[in-house]
Design a protein around this ligand. Structure first.
Ligand code: GLN
Length: 237
């Protein structure tokens, strides 16, 4: 009897160790209103959303702030379990990670100084100095237009600063953060362009199908219960 109890206890402990209670989630807190720093704290739509998902699937969420182009490598080397970072689903990224169902739809826009009149579409960026953020989808799109003088920055806020300082003529950014930064920084405006629709999703490791399934179910519930809409109103007004 004692022996059986001992074995059972051993199995139970093993199960506890295996079912991790904490999920480490990587983000890059320079992408308002999805994730950004305020008073030393990482906040935003994505952070609220992943915490709600955590509640649903019974895991504690711990956020790690990582450079955007370091997020995929961190996931692949098990430093984090998930990424939530306004990350667009792309074919290239899908080679390395599993994406959840999408939770937000976006597109790219151009930001220019308010008095700029010649930049009206992507083609008019030729021969201009255009800021992008390293590794963002906007970076890839600008790379496809010939004759653009592309300048890479490490974050959206630093590219915004360069634009305000006159170091670049324009910059490319995802629509929702562009609106957020233009609202907070005087003297800038947005030029809408014909750009592909981008879908943001949560990423997990390739072999973590189970986790993605749970996240998708949680996402569905969060939408059905009106929590998603509450978060949209909270962060996009
Ligand atoms: N949506 C863009 C991308 O995935 C930018 C994301 C971000 O900066 N957080 O590349």
């Amino acid at each position: 009897m004692k022996k059986i109890l001992g074995i059972l206890l051993f199995i139970l402990m093993g199960a506890i160790v295996l079912s991790k209670e904490v999920l480490y989630v990587g983000t890059n807190a320079e992408f308002a209103p999805f994730e950004y720093m305020e008073n030393g704290e990482i906040i935003g739509f994505d952070i609220d959303l992943i915490n709600k998902i955590g509640e649903k699937i019974g895991k504690e969420i711990k956020i790690k702030n990582i450079a955007f182009d370091g997020l995929l490598p961190a996931l692949q080397t098990n430093k984090i379990d998930l990424i939530i970072a306004g990350m667009t689903v792309t074919k290239e990224r899908e080679k390395f990670v599993n994406f959840s169902n999408d939770y937000f739809v976006a597109n790219q826009v151009i930001i220019v100084p308010e008095n700029e009149g010649t930049i009206i579409n992507m083609d008019s960026l030729k021969n201009k100095k255009v800021g992008v953020v390293l590794g963002y989808t906007g970076d890839l799109i600008v790379s496809k237009i010939q004759g653009v003088n592309k300048v890479q920055y490490n974050s959206a806020p630093s590219s915004i600063m360069a634009l305000k300082g006159g170091n670049i003529d324009a910059m490319i950014l995802d629509s929702a953060p562009a609106q957020s930064y233009v609202a907070k920084n005087k003297g800038l405006k947005i030029i809408e362009i014909d750009s592909e629709v981008e879908k943001y999703a949560i990423a997990a490791e390739k072999n973590n199908e189970n986790l993605i399934k749970k996240i998708n179910k949680a996402l569905e519930e969060i939408k059905a219960e009106g929590i998603y809409d509450e978060l949209i109103i909270k962060h996009f007004n």
